[in-house]
Design a protein around this ligand. Structure first.
Ligand SMILES: Cc1cc2nc3c(=O)[nH]c(=O)nc-3n(C[C@H](O)[C@H](O)[C@H](O)COP(=O)(O)O)c2cc1C
Length: 336
C-alpha cells in the first residue's frame, strides 16, 4: 500500500511539504499541492505559481514523481495549458481536481461542480486526452513536452447529490488512460462531514473495473489512525490518501508502514522547523503564529489536559510568547 499526503488549500504548501518530508518523509509516497487554478487568461496567481517553483523544493530527490501539482479547470484549453506548464517545471504527474465542494467553485462548473454534468465531463476528458494523451517516448519528447513519463490522475467524489451518480461517473473515467483514480468516499453535499460512504466506494471501484478501468485506485476519507486504515481492502486499492489524519499525526504514514509512533522530541523538532520555514514564507511574525495555530488545532490531541497550555499558545502574539507557550505545553502536559 502506498500513502499520500492529500492536497489541502492553504495548508499543504511547500513549507509544510518540505518540512514534513525532512522529518517524516519516509512514509509518504506522494505529496499533492493545493489546487492551482487554470485561469482563462493562461496565468497562475503569483502565490500559486510560487508553490510549484522547483527553487522552493527542498530535500526531494525526484520531486517530479513525488510532488503532484493539482489543477482546477473547467475548460480543455486551460487544463492543457496548465498541465504543460507543470511538465515544463519537471513534474511528471498532474492531478485533476473533481472534488472541491465550495459553492464558489462548483457554481463555476469546477471541482465537484463538474460531477453534475457527466456529458460535459466526458467531453473535457476526451479533449484533454486528445491533446495530451498522445505521449511519445521520453527521448523523443515533442514540442508539447509530452512524453510517456507524463501522467494525468483524477481526484473525485462519488457524486454531487447522491452516491448512485458514481455509476455513470466511473464509466466515464474508465474510458480514459488516467494513471490513478483517487476517490474521496463522499458526495459533494456531504462536504467533509458524516461517515465516509465505504460501501458506495467499494461499489464504485467494482463498476470502474467492470467498465474496463485500469488505473490504480486510491482511497480517501477519514483515515486518522492505523485502525482506520485496516478497514481499507488492499485488493481493491493500491494507495490511501490522508489529509487531516496527517495533521493530527504527522507520523501516521510511517506507522502504517510498520515504523514507530510519533515521539515528543520529533514533534518538537517538526514544529520548530515548520516555524522557521513559515517565517521565510510569511513576512509578519503574527501571521507565522496564525499558521502554526492551524497545526496546533490538530496537534493538541497529543497532550493530556492541555486546555490551559493551548489557550496560551493561541494568545501568543510574538515569537517569544509563542515559544514560551509551546515549551510550557511540552513541559507540563503529558505526551500521549
Ligand atoms: C482545509 C482543506 C483544504 C482542502 N483543499 C483541497 C484541495 O486543494 N484540493 C483537493 O482535491 N482537496 C482538498 N481538500 C480535501 C482533502 O484533500 C481530502 O479529500 C479531505 O480532507 C478528506 O480526506 P481526510 O479525511 O483524510 O482529511 C481540502 C480539505 C480541507 C479540510
Amino acid at each position: 500500500m502506498k500513502y499520500y499526503f492529500a492536497p489541502m488549500e492553504g495548508i499543504t504548501l511547500y513549507p509544510l511539504r518540505n518540512i514534513h518530508h525532512e522529518i517524516f518523509g519516509d512514509g509518504i509516497d506522494k505529496y499533492y499541492t493545493p489546487f492551482l487554478s487554470a485561469h482563462h487568461n493562461l496565468r497562475f496567481k503569483k502565490r500559486e505559481k510560487r508553490d510549484v517553483m522547483p527553487e522552493f523544493i527542498d530535500g526531494f530527490e525526484n520531486y517530479g514523481d513525488v510532488i503532484i501539482p493539482q489543477i482546477m479547470a473547467n475548460r480543455v484549453d486551460t487544463f492543457v495549458w496548465a498541465t504543460r506548464e507543470m511538465w515544463g517545471l519537471g513534474y511528471n504527474e498532474v492531478n485533476y481536481n473533481l472534488g472541491c465542494p465550495a459553492a464558489t467553485v462548483t457554481n463555476r462548473h469546477k471541482g465537484s461542480g463538474l460531477l453534475q454534468d457527466t456529458e460535459y465531463l466526458d467531453e473535457m476528458l476526451d479533449g484533454i486526452f486528445n491533446e495530451l494523451g498522445n505521449f511519445v517516448s521520453v527521448d523523443n519528447a515533442d514540442s508539447t513536452g509530452c512524453s510517456d513519463q507524463h501522467r494525468i490522475s483524477l481526484k473525485t467524489r462519488l457524486g454531487f447529490y447522491d452516491e448512485s451518480e458514481a455509476e455513470e461517473l466511473m464509466k466515464v473515467y474508465a474510458k480514459y488512460p488516467i494513471s490513478e483514480l483517487t476517490i474521496h468516499a463522499r458526495v459533494r453535499e456531504d462536504f467533509y462531514q458524516g461517515k465516509p460512504r465505504i460501501d458506495a466506494f467499494k461499489r464504485a471501484v467494482e463498476i470502474y473495473r467492470n467498465a474496463g478501468g485500469k488505473a490504480d485506485v486510491c482511497y480517501n476519507g477519514d483515515i486518522n489512525s492505523v485502525e482506520d486504515a485496516k478497514n481499507i481492502d488492499s485488493s481493491e486499492v493500491s494507495a490511501i490518501m490522508m489529509g487531516r489524519g496527517l495533521l493530527y499525526n504527522p507520523a501516521l504514514a510511517r506507522q502504517l508502514k510498520g515504523g514507530k509512533a510519533l515521539e515528543a522530541d520529533e514533534l518538537r523538532q517538526y514544529l520548530k522547523r515548520l516555524y522557521e520555514e513559515y517565517a521565510l514564507y510569511i513576512p509578519e511574525e503574527r501571521n507565522v503564529i496564525f499558521k502554526m495555530l492551524e497545526h496546533w488545532a490538530f496537534l493538541h490531541v497529543h497532550f493530556e489536559d492541555s486546555e490551559k497550555c493551548l489557550k496560551a499558545i493561541r494568545k501568543a502574539r510574538s515569537k517569544g510568547e509563542y515559544t514560551a507557550a509551546v515549551n510550557n505545553m511540552f513541559a507540563s502536559c503529558e505526551f500521549v
